[in-house]
Design a protein around this ligand. Structure first.
Ligand SMILES: [Zn+2]
Ligand SMILES: [Zn+2]
Length: 350
């Protein structure tokens, strides 16, 4: 069963941070951070519906201009999320351009941006036709009880949660979690004479969307040259051909200081992730410097990955002071990761 979400760093480990997560079963993607995104094709950029920004240091947000340029003049809604101060930073970017011609655009780009703080979540709407001025009238604002981890966005098949980490400034860490996986039992398809086809995806999507169990799916049966259709309910198909299992989890930690309270939050965020993308700006020999800059070393990143029992991790955000040192970063991180997992039964492989 292929994974539902395909994550990949936009740049190499020394480049600007940015994770592009494409959806395996439809033409859609989400992104964590937007540093330089020239490596992303316009076609891929246009798949992005939601962008989650850890913080607005330039290396994490400079790519927003390029994304805006690509999406401008298209009929599209883009959702952005960021930490405290995010709306002010976004409005600064949007007000840096002259928008006297956009009223004539037939296609309208609309941006919904949400800022998450310890106690509240504020959302504002920006429409292209209004020159991206924040919409007048009441903005949505929820008062939130303090929690280490909160769901920032959700839809029936997955959610994205955030933790507010310390990077000298508030910096969000993210986890995308699929609510569950639907595994198709191939032997049952064969036994029942079901022919795999687009109906399988329709069935899975309907389950992910929380459709009524009595909803009907036309199933292709028989040989390809003489197919016929029989109607089954979602409930029947779940019983006959599917197994529902644990969903995929992808975590992303960019720019965080190494101290006990922050480490605890990072472990909570990445707990049991299938794939953790974690910054490692420095090597352990420069640990003091990393602390001053509110960044992690490779060893610290590996230790956090091990304590969170992630199945796999990828390092990024290597400082330009290290040339061609990728192996060193990984050997240091892998050593710490393995130390954490030593002696734990059912140890996952990295
Ligand atoms: Zn930073
Ligand atoms: Zn950074």
């Amino acid at each position: 069963m292929p994974p539902s979400f395909l994550p990949g760093l936009i740049n190499d480990a020394s480049g600007d941070p940015g994770l592009f997560i494409s959806f395996a079963f439809n033409r859609r993607a989400v992104a964590f951070d937007l540093g330089e995104i020239a490596a992303l094709s316009p076609r891929d950029s246009l798949k992005i519906s939601h962008v989650f920004i850890t913080h607005t240091h330039m290396d994490h947000f400079a790519g927003f201009d390029r994304l805006l340029r690509i999406m401008l003049g298209r009929s599209k809604t883009l959702y952005l999320y960021g930490p405290e101060g995010f709306l002010r930073n976004l409005e600064g970017k949007l007000s840096a351009y002259t928008w006297n011609l956009v009223q004539k655009f037939t296609n309208q780009l609309i941006i919904y941006a949400t800022e998450l703080t310890e106690t509240k979540r504020i959302t504002r709407r920006y429409a292209c036709r209004d020159g991206f001025q924040p919409a007048s009238g009441p903005q949505s604002s929820d008062a939130l009880p303090p929690l280490p981890l909160r769901v920032l966005y959700q839809e029936p098949s997955f959610n994205v949660s955030a933790s507010i980490l310390d990077h000298g400034i508030p910096c969000l860490g993210f986890s995308l979690k699929e609510n569950f996986r639907i595994n198709i039992r191939k032997e049952r398809l064969e036994a029942l004479g079901f022919v795999p086809g687009p109906w399988l995806q329709r069935f899975k999507q309907a389950v992910y969307d929380g459709q009524d169990p009595e909803w009907i799916v036309p199933v292709t049966q028989g040989k390809n040259h003489s197919p016929n259709f029989r109607h089954y309910t979602i409930k029947e198909l779940l019983q006959e051909i599917a197994m529902v299992g644990k969903g995929q989890k992808i975590s992303y930690i960019a720019d965080a200081a190494y101290h006990p309270a922050n480490v605890e939050k990072m472990i909570g965020l990445a707990k049991d992730a299938d794939h953790l993308f974690i910054e490692a700006a420095f090597l352990e020999k420069d640990r003091e410097h990393a602390l001053k800059k509110h960044h992690l070393t490779a060893r610290q990143a590996g230790e956090i990955a091990g304590k969170a029992r992630v199945r796999r991790f990828t390092l990024f955000h290597f400082s330009p002071r290290y040339q061609h040192s990728e192996k060193l970063f990984y050997s240091e991180a892998m050593e710490a990761y393995s130390e954490q997992l030593k002696g734990i039964p059912g140890t996952p492989g990295a």
